[in-house]
Design a binder for this molecule. Structure first.
Ligand code: ATP
Ligand code: MG
Length: 322
């Protein structure tokens, strides 16, 4: 019995489209050349019209969530691979919405989410990868990192004074620290994939204007005030520095074994659909199988079945003679 999860071709994003979002290892990344509103791209709209593109994306998302639920079941049963999903983005780019959607159809026993905020004193007393290593998903599970060790080459690069809190030995904080960290990250991710943990990384690419609208929306809606953080505006002022830090990190750490996808995220329905499609496609393509049952065990299962069926017959006889 080899149940392969069938993904209907008409409800799957074609590989050639997905490849547009993949960062080729070593290739420079220029974020300003990539359209964060890709889903409203002229070619696509001319061909289908916005209404149809959005409807189709939602249909694909729904189908992928069904595929994902089946795939997760196999991932859990076969207990060989784990999947680590890394989400990185500027504030308000939609990480939470993606997590909510992707997790919506999953078995809670087999998935986990970790949000990484500013490191605590205890975390700063360890090597920078320590707090992430501890939370890598085990085999059979899907783990999502809402921010990740990439913050240590992003926010920390934009605010180098944060390095002072990291208590590094003399000589480490020179210009080469970022190159060394990219290298540490690449080796860490190689280690994970060699051990059966698949690493998928998504940068949610949103325009500065879209962020302005979303932050304003949070301020204009009292039910969303809690989402607005005092650091949102000060960090927004560093937008260009963040874009440069992202470009450098995406280029240096997109590898054959742990690729980056740059997901156009000005439209939430587009980013959710794309992330769910890559995730479902990756797990479905692993060719997983339910664990094989030996002939001996099959015999024992058959004996158990006969015993349980016998109980019904005994019960029926008991009821009739009573
Ligand atoms: P939202 O997108 O809704 O704003 P968020 O992920 O930004 O959610 P927040 O609680 O607003 O969550 O912010 C977490 C903060 O922690 C971010 O500003 C991030 O840069 C910071 N942070 C995460 N990891 C590190 C790190 N290693 N060093 C310093 N700051 C970090
Ligand atoms: Mg924030």
């Amino acid at each position: 019995m080899v149940p392969q999860i069938r993904r209907r071709r008409s409800l799957v994003i074609q590989k050639k489209f997905l490849n547009k979002f993949l960062v080729k290892p070593g290739k420079p990344v220029y974020l300003k050349d990539l359209d964060p509103g890709w889903a409203s791209h002229k070619d696509l709209l001319d061909k289908f019209g916005e209404e149809r593109v959005m409807k189709l994306a939602k249909k694909i998302l729904k189908r992928n969530l069904e595929n994902l639920a089946e795939a997760q079941n196999l991932l859990w049963a076969s207990d060989t691979y784990g999947v680590l999903v890394i989400l990185q983005a500027m504030d308000a780019a939609g990480k939470d919405g993606i997590i909510r959607h992707v997790m919506s159809g999953l078995n809670p026993q087999a998935c986990q989410v970790h949000n990484f905020k500013k490191p605590t004193n205890d975390e700063l007393d360890h090597n920078f990868l320590w707090r992430y290593m501890k939370n890598v998903p085990q085999r059979g599970r899907i783990g999502i990192f809402n921010r990740s060790y990439y913050e240590d080459v992003l926010v920390v690069k934009v605010h180098p004074e944060y390095l002072d809190h990291q208590k590094l030995p003399p000589g480490i904080k020179g210009e080469n620290i970022w190159k060394h960290r990219y290298s540490d990250i690449n080796h860490f991710e190689k280690h994970l994939t060699r051990n059966g943990i698949i690493v998928l990384k998504f940068y949610l690419h949103m325009s500065k204007e879209e962020q302005r609208k979303r932050l304003l929306n949070r301020l204009n809606n009292p039910a969303k005030h809690w989402k607005f953080s005092d650091s949102d505006l000060p960090e927004r002022a560093y937008w260009d520095d963040y874009m440069k830090a992202y470009e450098d990190a995406l280029c240096a750490t997109s590898t054959e074994w742990a690729p980056w996808y740059i997901i156009p995220s000005n439209h939430k329905w587009a980013s959710r659909t794309l992330v769910a499609d890559v995730l479902a496609g990756t797990i479905c393509n692993l060719g997983l199988e339910f664990p094989k049952i030996s002939a001996d065990r099959r015999k024992r299962l058959e004996a158990a079945r006969i015993q349980l069926e016998g109980e019904i017959e005994e019960l029926a006889e008991g009821t009739m003679s009573a």
